[in-house]
Write a protein that binds this ligand. Structure first.
Ligand code: NAP
Length: 286
């Protein structure tokens, strides 16, 4: 079974971007700039934000971190977003999710200027993904597609089964695979006979957030498996399938799999950096 090494590819993408950014900064006399907004002190969110900022800084992207208290009101957050939307120096805006329950996430996502919406979650980008090649694509699906392509996984005509239908991962992933000419099945918590469908997946993308829900018996022989899940089990980071209790049988059955950690996670960050640079280029290159 082949390991699809997202960490190695992400490293390569970052070094290519660093060279490109050095050139662009000389030419346009300013660096790309991302503003991240974090509301509250959720430790997981704080850790994701920290690693996004670190990755930006490593390759020459300016990254401003706006940390707001948990008690921030929706109107206060909207005011900050408006300021960032109107700031000519800010290329890209990322509001770290989830937001506290008293703030309506969809109102906030819709308030971001869709041209600065680095996560591709604004309805305009969601729509553009469905009908054109001009969308800002959500980072995790974008990273998964880059990894599959870099590993020469052929997609056209394949049956791709996606488990999970979130706006962040499952839905845009399905749309991207459709765009790549796969036949796509999307499964979710109400799906009847999940195993019947997963056994047909030549490419199986698992984005559930529960370990051990999918086992080797549910895989098609020779499937390419993408494990998006991030779970903490006994203080250890595990995926939805990669390090599951059925790992020996999975290794025998799958042709390839993304590891956790070191698979989809680093590719998500690499795609975020790519999105920042793409947005910046659209803004500075007239
Ligand atoms: P989410 O919004 O909670 O969505 C989970 C999806 O799984 C939902 O569509 C849900 O179905 C489905 N599901 C839950 N139980 C199921 C079951 N028993 N059978 C079939 N489907 C089931 O999560 P998400 O944001 O998409 O993230 C999914 C996982 O990926 C999480 O572990 C998250 O931490 C991880 N993640 C990783 C990265 C990365 O960079 N590696 C990035 C993003 C997310 P319903 O819609 O019916 O509820």
């Amino acid at each position: 079974m082949k390991i699809l090494n997202g960490a190695a590819l992400a490293k390569k993408i970052k070094s290519v971007l660093a060279i490109e950014i050095e050139y662009l900064v000389k030419k346009h006399e300013r660096a790309p700039k991302l503003c991240i907004v974090l509301v509250g002190d959720d430790p997981a969110s704080a850790s994701y934000v920290k690693s996004k900022k670190k990755s930006c800084n490593e390759i020459g992207i300016l990254c401003d971190l706006n940390i707001m208290p948990f008690s921030t009101s929706q109107d206060q957050l909207l005011a900050l977003i408006e300021t960032l939307n109107n700031d000519p120096e800010v290329d890209a805006i990322l509001v770290q999710l989830p937001l506290p329950k008293h703030i309506d996430q969809s109102v906030i996502l819709q308030a971001i200027d869709y041209k600065k919406d680095v996560d591709g979650l604004h309805p305009m980008n969601v729509g553009l993904l469905n009908i054109s090649n001009d969308a800002i694509i959500p980072c995790t699906p974008k990273g998964i597609l880059s990894l599959l392509k870099a590993e020469d996984v052929s997609i056209t005509g394949k049956h791709c089964v996606v488990i999970g239908r979130s706006n962040l991962v499952g839905k845009p992933m399905a749309q991207l695979m459709l765009r790549e000419n796969a036949s796509v099945t999307v499964c979710h918590s109400k799906t009847r006979d999940l195993a019947y469908l997963t056994r047909q997946g030549e490419i199986l993308i698992i984005a559930i957030g529960h370990p051990n829900l999918v086992n080797a018996d549910m895989l098609k022989e020779g499937a390419v498996v993408v494990d998006v899940g991030i779970n903490s089990v006994d203080g250890k980071l595990v995926g939805d399938i990669y390090n599951s209790i059925d790992v020996t049988n999975i290794e025998k059955k799958a042709a390839a799999i993304t590891p956790v950690p070191g698979g989809v996670g680093p590719m998500t960050i690499a795609s975020l950096l790519e999105n920042v640079v793409e947005i910046y280029k659209k803004r500075v290159i007239k």
